[in-house]
Design a protein around this ligand. Sequence first.
Ligand SMILES: CC(=O)N[C@H]1[C@@H](OP(=O)(O)OP(=O)(O)OC[C@H]2O[C@@H](n3ccc(=O)[nH]c3=O)[C@H](O)[C@@H]2O)O[C@H](CO)[C@@H](O)[C@@H]1O
Ligand SMILES: C=C(OP(=O)(O)O)C(=O)O
Length: 421
Amino acid sequence: MEKLIIQGGNRLEGRVRVSSAKNAVLPIIAGTLLASTPSKLLEIPNLEDVGTICQVIESLGVKITRNKADDEIIFDASTLTATEAPYELVRKMRASFLVMGPLLARKGEAKISMPGGCAIGARPIDLHLKAFEALGAKIEITEDYVYAHAPEGLKGTQIYLDFPSVGATENVIMAASMAEGKTVIENAAEEPEIVDLATFLNAMGANIRGAGTNVIRIEGVPQLHGAIHTVIPDRIEAGTYLIAAAMAGGDVFVENALPEHLKPVVAKLKEAGVTVEEEIDGIRVISTGKGIKAVDIKTLPYPGFPTDMQAQFMALTTIAEGTSTVTETVFENRFMHVAELRKMGAHIDIDNRQAIVEGMPRLHGAVVNATDLRAGAALVCAALTAEGSTEVGRLHHIDRGYEDFVGKLQRLGADIVRVDE
Ligand SMILES: CC(=O)N[C@H]1[C@@H](OP(=O)(O)OP(=O)(O)OC[C@H]2O[C@@H](n3ccc(=O)[nH]c3=O)[C@H](O)[C@@H]2O)O[C@H](CO)[C@@H](O)[C@@H]1O
Ligand SMILES: C=C(OP(=O)(O)O)C(=O)O
């Protein structure tokens, strides 16, 4: 079992380049299933989740060709044969469920294992299924899998999502791209990753308008062809480095970060008294790591404060002057990091969906575990500034979503190593 050992107290200095967004590349790779000719994706991040989605679509018959550096991949879905996604892979990563929309659109059926619940909440798929039914698919659910079929093909329709679910919006966009006629998605998710998916699908010949707003209009087309696409920078990875530098103290330029995707995070950092400068090619953060002011945050769908930054921001509030509140409205159980941060001395109480954080001058090192991806990132941010040494275990969570996390932090001057126990 591997773990990270972090000696707190080093200032962070220099430049760190943000990789392409995990949450954009996953639906886009699922989207390559729709094309009858090859697609090429550039600047693919080296992440566990990318490996998993590639295995899923390879198991469906897609041919994958990687360049030497493994950051450009050609996906040839002309050989798409199977319509059943294996349990072992769907269980590993919920985003595997995003192959259902493309499979339904292209093959008229899909059988996918039930993506189980996970640490951060129950995460049902009812909104996806309701929308597929509205598009004319028949759904059969057993304990183990969901089977959707549309032998007559999908038909465009008006869909109102009860919640602006990111995954449901993506799945419906992909299914509707090749449905007959026009689909309107109301109360759609507005995340930048949705816009990136729509940009890719439009380059493949789809007709999608309104992505990035809460009403998306899709005119179905009979066929899509492959396209070349570079995925957007990862706003959550960028935000994590902003917090790391704000907590540890330092002067860090987060290269390739897009300020317009990070408005709530930047606004809250400024409210906390951290100097943040937005530039064309990235965001600079300057901090002494001291005198951070308490701030309240509440997670919301985009353009609100991202739930995927909640854990890292909570870590920041543990060393702020005063009391902060952190309210999680997107997932019902996304406070798993609280118990771990408490091991490092943090004073946090939980009242239902709100955490009340009593800031203190300094955390201390401890032996902790990443309970989910962003919890792991939050613990690393906390460890960088804590007194003494911290060991972070269960690194498979962090590996899902941070490319070269240790190397990037080391190059900024952090005292962090990965060791095999
Ligand atoms: C791979 C990917 O892009 N993951 C992101 C995506 O996850 P994901 O697409 O799973 O998140 P959703 O936006 O769908 O989920 C938001 C909320 O809606 C609920 N819900 C969702 C679908 C459904 O059918 N029924 C239902 O009740 C979920 O349980 C959750 O409470 O958006 C989340 C919210 O920004 C992020 O935290 C994840 O990092
Ligand atoms: C929750 C996350 O991802 P996923 O939806 O893939 O679990 C995340 O990226 O923080």
